[in-house]
Design a protein around this ligand. Structure first.
Ligand code: TLP
Length: 341
């Protein structure tokens, strides 16, 4: 099977497995796991933030950020197809008790003027705007890179109105690789950032949230409340450290493979790209084949290729380090075969 469902499906490398075996560990709830501490310090430095916290998943990281920034009854501004709004099971309502106000985006980027217009003025009838969330790369916009300039404009507006900004940077390193800039350039236009170690970077588990020291202290308490205080977590922090320091330099390969796959899909009669890929996510429209995405994904699976539905006629393919160029060629042949059926 060639699994192109997501970059979450990668298996840990041999180096990661060895690092897990030899990891120095302690009880992290007491702050005594040296490997976790090293991971958090390294992540804070890479992201240009004061402090960082190792959390179980991207969803937990985003939710802890919302819980730490907001109070119940506040309003959260976010792009209408963002992961926090679309894919986190309504957690911001269920856990933080905030209401969401969505703003349409262009390739994942909100218009700063729309953000400004959505920030609430003081009025007895209104909820307070508690937080603005950004996402980069933007998953449902097909891995689109939200430009640094756009983030900067929104951050300036947020600061002028004393509203914090959180970045869901699950795939921030893919954005940095595609834009040819350091992740700090994105992160500096935010108060807090969440990055996933277990997507393109290939760690088996875990995410990081970073921000100022006070924020991280409160976030640590929220993590404990949510049952995310881990004990000898060095065994999972060790592959996370490898992901963070060694895996980012190969993300260009995933982008290259995504381009090859996208160009081939574009040439298949009846198929078209929902948008040109910028990073490692490809979204294809199969409407012209008179198939739903469910049927297409099922038939493609029968040919040994796993993809994911992304709407009634949209199919998503994600490249990652467990798929090489030969396997991309096999995937192309299988996609073309299904398209002819
Ligand atoms: N995304 C997953 C699914 O949940 C859709 C995927 O396969 O792409 N932010 C963004 C932008 C994400 O894409 C994801 C995962 C998360 C947060 C959540 O991360 P996890 O899965 O670690 O909770």
């Amino acid at each position: 099977m060639i699994d192109l469902r997501s970059d979450t499906v990668t298996k840990p490398t041999e180096e990661m497995r060895k690092a897990m075996y030899i990891a120095d560990v302690g009880d992290d709830v007491y702050g005594e796991d040296p490997t976790v501490r090293e991971l958090e310090e390294t992540a804070a430095e890479i992201l240009g933030k004061e402090a960082a916290l190792f959390v179980t998943s991207g969803t937990q990281g985003n939710q802890i950020a919302v819980l730490t920034h907001c109070r119940p009854g506040q309003e959260l501004l976010l792009e209408e197809e963002s992961h926090i709004f679309y894919y986190e099971s309504g957690a911001v309502a269920a856990l933080a008790g905030v209401q969401t106000r969505t703003i349409p985006g262009q390739r994942g980027a909100m218009d700063p003027q729309d953000v400004l217009n959505a920030i609430r003025t003081e009025d007895i009838h209104f909820p307070e705007t508690g937080l603005i969330c950004l996402e980069n790369t933007h998953n449902r916009a097909g891995g689109a890179v939200v430009p640094v300039e756009n983030m900067k404009s929104i951050y300036n507006i947020a600061q002028a109105n004393r509203v914090p900004v959180h970045l869901d940077g699950a795939r921030l390193f893919n954005a940095a690789a595609a834009a040819g800039v350091d992740v700090k350039e994105f992160a500096k236009n935010t108060d807090t950032v969440q990055i996933c170690l277990s997507k393109g970077l290939g760690a088996p588990v875990g995410s990081i949230i970073a921000g100022d020291a006070e924020f991280i202290t409160t976030a640590r308490k929220w993590r404990k409340r949510l049952g995310g205080g881990m004990r000898q977590a060095g065994v999972i922090a060790a592959p996370g450290l490898i992901a963070l320091t060694k895996m980012k330099d190969r993300l260009g390969e995933d982008q290259w493979n995504a381009r090859i796959l996208a160009e081939a899909i574009e040439a298949i009669p009846g198929m078209k790209l929902a948008r040109q890929p910028e990073t490692n996510i490809i979204v294809a429209d199969v409407e012209g084949l008179n198939m739903t995405s469910d049927i297409f994904v099922e038939r493609l699976r029968a040919e040994g290729i796993i993809s994911g539905t992304f709407g009634p006629t949209f199919v998503r393919f994600v490249t990652h380090y467990d798929v090489n160029e030969d396997q991309i060629q096999k995937a192309i042949e299988a996609i073309a075969k299904v398209a002819r059926q």
